[in-house]
Write a protein that binds this ligand. Sequence first.
Ligand code: ZN
Length: 310
Amino acid sequence: MIYDTKLLTAYSLLLVVGSFILLISSSNFPITFATHLELNTTRLTENMYVIHGSGGNVILSIGNDGIILVDDQYAPVTEKMMSLIANITNKPIKFVINTHWHPDHVGGNERLGEAGAVIVSHENVRKRLNQDQFFEMINQTIPALSKKGLPIITFSDNMTFYQNNDEIRISYLDNGHTDGDSAVYFTQNNVIHVGDDFSDEAYPFMDLSTGGSIDGLISSLKSIISIINNDTKVVAGHSGISNQTKVKDYANMLIDVRSLISSMIKEGKSLDEIIQSKPTAQYDTTYRDYSFIKPKDFVTNIYESLKSRQ
Ligand SMILES: [Zn+2]
């Protein structure tokens, strides 16, 4: 087993969200849910917000054309999220854009699709959502979504929306976190959602079982850096609102740690020896949120990604 039991338990069975607990099973997700779980909003610009509090961060764009969401958290909070949005605006939810297939980012798809939202994603996201997925890291099968939760518009490379007085560019990235990662850039508001390719407080996770890789992640971050500028508000899947400098720091950290691990593999060192050498040491205080990925998990993840290419 690559990751320790505590980590698996933390991610697959009990997702502790603040002081509340979300209980998940592989067959029916979720079983129970604390309905008093809190969702919060942070205002990004005059007409854009981030909704956070459970699962992946959600971007909310409000305008005359309606509401556009980027990602939609876990299924159990969908009603709560819809109430929260209704308290801000009476506009309908017109589009939902999924950054990737993971259930903490697409959980609201079925309910929102049923309510009339048009769901949009990269074609690989739809393919994965359309059939059961074995999520190797948590050793669980994630059931396929019903038809009403599937994206009804897909793209292979890029797509642009002209809505809410903005030009919203969706860019397919490389095989980094998964094989369906996209960044969604609201050019006029200068806000981008980068899914789980970046965090300003935690090491990344490459989901090798559904197409992720360290080299793809580095390539994806370079693409993101080229899309944004100094003033862009960067919304990560699970951390705070960040900026281009921190994305650059993250890319440099990945390049450095990958290089150290690659050299040690070439020298014939074992995974244990590589972990013992602490190749992430100088970054451990910066990316200190170990609730999901600890330094040794990150090293293992890179090691496995590099080994899989040999
Ligand atoms: Zn993810």
